[in-house]
Design a binder for this molecule. Structure first.
Ligand SMILES: C[S@@+](CC[C@H](N)C(=O)[O-])C[C@H]1O[C@@H](n2cnc3c(N)ncnc32)[C@H](O)[C@@H]1O
Length: 232
């Protein structure tokens, strides 16, 4: 009887409730608070992402060569920053992007960013640094063959700046075999709860991954937009 009532109630909710991105967003916000109380311990706080990059590069990575994989390059600001700051000749920097912008719209609570936003009309960033290369196309079409053509023996640093849930989750799950203790992962729009935050929660939950928070950005009106974690 109880089950029958439950099912009638469920049927009613399915027909009565709107499928609302905004409602989903609101339902996810408290999870961010939970995450903060679980992970916010004695990590470093920065005002801008470049302070966080600087700290991780000089204090955590130090002088060792790295394999730096960036997902979401656009005009190349973050990948150029990393290649300029990390001068180790053994380091390699790989930037993945369609260079035609977001493959789908990116819904937020207040506004939605359109598909193709961040397009550079297919133009790749220019750099003289031979350690940097770009992989053009959807991650879903380029990552698997990149993985089969490359070995990662150096410390792996992943910079997730693709904004979308689908893109972020796809990358993390496909890189799982290379994500080992010591791997560092940045998230550039972490407080976008239905996107990068949800992707990290779903990835680490399903693949039983544990991590520690290395640092984050925080200003009075900011909720940890940029974070760096280390897999333990
Ligand atoms: C916010 S921008 C990157 C900004 C850049 N890291 C910077 O510091 O200026 C996000 C980028 O992710 C790319 N992107 C998102 N999902 C993608 C996917 N599935 N495949 C390829 N590129 C993707 C978009 O084309 C866009 O250029």
């Amino acid at each position: 009887m109880k089950k029958k009532i439950q099912n009638v109630f469920k049927k009613f909710l399915i027909s009565a409730l709107p499928s609302s991105e905004r409602a989903r967003y609101l339902a996810y916000l408290p999870k961010l608070r939970e995450w903060q109380s679980e992970h916010i311990e004695d990590h470093k706080i920065f005002k801008k992402r470049y302070g966080l990059y600087e700290y991780v590069n000089s204090e955590i990575i130090k002088e060792v060569p790295i394999d730096y994989l960036e997902f979401g390059v656009y005009k190349g600001r973050s990948i150029k920053y990393w290649s300029e700051k990390n001068g180790n000749p053994g380091s390699k920097f790989y930037g993945f992007d369609t260079f035609e912008g977001l493959p789908e719209k990116w819904p937020g609570f207040i506004s939605t960013i359109d598909k193709n936003h961040f397009s550079t009309d297919g133009i790749l960033p220019h750099t003289e640094d031979k350690r940097v290369s770009f992989i053009k196309g959807l991650f879903q079409e380029t990552l698997k063959s990149f993985i089969s053509d490359n070995q990662f023996h150096k410390r792996l640093v992943i910079n997730m700046d693709a904004d979308l849930y689908s893109s972020t989750l796809y990358v993390l799950t496909n890189l799982d075999e290379f994500i080992v203790p010591g791997t560092i992962i940045f998230f550039d729009e972490f407080s976008s709860v239905l996107s990068e935050f949800r992707a990290l929660e779903d990835y680490t939950g399903s693949y039983l991954r544990k991590y520690r928070l290395l640092g984050a950005t925080k200003t009075p009106n900011d909720f940890y937009s940029h974070i760096a974690i280390e897999i333990v």
